[in-house]
Write a protein that binds this ligand. Sequence first.
Ligand code: MOS
Length: 759
Amino acid sequence: MTAPFRTIGQPVGKIDGVELVTGRARYTADLQFPGSLQAVARRAGVAAGLLRHLNVEEARRSPGVVLVLTPADLPGPNLIGILPPFDQPLLAGPEIRHEGDSLALVVAETQEEAEAAASRIVAEIEPFIPLLDPEEALHADARKIHANGNLTFAKQLLKGDVEAGFAQAEVIVEDTYRTSVQDHAYLEPEAVLAVPESDGRLTVYASCQSPFHLRGHIAVNTGLPASRVKVVQPFVGGSFGGKDDAVTEMGSLAGAAALKLGRPVRIVHSRRDSFLGSHARHAAIIHLKTGAMRDGTIIARQAEILLDGGAYASESPFVVMKALIHVAGPYKIPHLRVDCRAVYTNKRQAGAMRGFGVPQVTFASESQIDALARKLGLDRWELRRHNALTVGEANATSQVFHESVGLVQTLERVKEEGDWPACLKRAHAGDNPRFKRGVGLAAMMQGISNGAEGIDVVGASVQVSQDGSVLVGLGLTELGQGSRTAMAQIAAEILGVSLEKISVRQVDTDTVHDSGPTVASRTTTVGGKAVWMAAQTVRTSLLEMAGLMLKAPAEAIELGLDHAYLRENPQAQIPLAQVATAAYWTGFPLMNLAFSRAPDAQYDHETHQGQIYIAYNYGTHLMEVEVDTWTGKVRVLRHLASHDVGKAINPLGVEGQVEGASLMGLGFAHLEEVLEENGKIRNANFADYQIPSFAERLPTRFLPVEEATSNGPFGAKGIGEPPLAGAAAAFTNAVSDALGISFRRLPITPQRILEALEG
Ligand code: MOS
């Protein structure tokens, strides 16, 4: 296929956009089945303790109640988790590990009846003093939250000789940075609907992120073989890493109840249930030390990272890996030592959330880069440029890329389009006693693919019908990020079919192949590669058939605009529908299932040196802010975001991801914090937990850089997560610049700004 592309690189609306904006799209909670029951979990309500007795008698006798499930009623092992050994019970007891632990599931005719009955369950709990401080939880004499102790996962990264590096350094900066718990805050809370089928199978409709992971857990916990469980994913109103664990619990419980009762059972989380019963972003304590030469060359960095993992492991191990590898930032640093640990506490569990540890460490790293610039009297942009990773340079894991390292290009684009010198002049020129202006920069990178977190295999299918239309299927899911559209574009490009003739399945575990989890900004890169591969085989059939029909060798044929034609003589053409029909009757395969497997990570597990991610997304953000020193409110006046996306399959989709992730970064840095008191969440609703609203939307301008990777389709690299970290760090640096105060704890809320000004 020859460029220019017809579909790739074109800004196209989402293929399901009309359905979404007209409200026709149906989400799990919209689905209606006759005889559906509603279920609600009775939560522990205390952060830590021993369940002495659970009295469900009154609840069983409550109006409308048909079943109260307790641990004894569960046919399976009553365990879920992301990584073995699984550590999270579906229904907890006797040990209570956090406020949101489910003790029993009440199933009733209506939601109101289920809720009323759940409140009548009497739980006698002998309370423990909850372990809430991650540092305390690590003390040798701390109470053990799990039998194997409170250390969930620990990893170390060693590169060069960090002692020698610091000995050589002419300046050293050192600080401790803290970040807070951020909720996923998706528009649609978690929901499942389990339907027992007449043939004994179980169908579970679920607002989930990884349907095959869910299917596996439902099978184990209901005692059915996986092949007798079908998970269907309707439209999902956001997930951001959040709809794995909680939905696994809900799907397994609803499934067990539905099989027992022979009736459909639905669980739809309220916003409060979503806060209590799902996981969130890890709060982090990051101790960071950087040594440099007077000219700004960074020579050594040491980091100790402690992640508060809450009650269960969830995806803490993966977040540990990401934080470990990314705390060095997108810089060439010869000497590194990083220790990263996740720890259990008696709080809501932490797990995957957009960025996966990268936003926390990027904030710390980029704050420290600014501190270093101040100490050395160097320009903040020049310091970043001076240390920036380029092609051929070793990154933190000593991995060297020979392509697709576009960091310097993103720095240059932001400097030019943003007019960096003018920004600096403008920053304080307009200051008055009340309003202070500042400018912040942040550079970052984020590994694409599972990398050190797992093997990257994706199965995808492409099927051409006799009318020349195409059906694409893969096990990676649409969560709102636009992946179905990107997959449609890839198939359309390869098969020469117009986008309108492409459909992309919504995931149903009966009809698509397990493609691993939809995580780690891997869908476009690794999933897109599988679609690319599957489409190539079908393309070969079409080319060969068209060759027979046009009496030319297959190599002379091109596909485009729903036709096959001779490359040298485009007038000689046949509609693709005719080619597809002929190919079908000739017996040429018009369907293909292909598996892409990304190059495996290969590294030393003690030092984390080696090949880890198949590519990195690089980015630079610039923000100009105005701080109202009377109210602590911050106005973002300007936001430039440049990312190296390899190739923008759909520039409009990329822009949407940059805007959305950046806004979530603003929430992380400025507004959002799950507050707890004695292990109980105080703001489990959107009145008290603040997310950016339309009023706070950023004036984001995206500046694309396209340094292709050979590991992605058409060179594409993921963009779903990276801008979050970049925007959060740039915001922090801009506010610090405006006020001349270094903020070392996120979020920098208006209240914290006022406190800092008073201090
Ligand atoms: Mo995502 S945070 O990699 O589920």
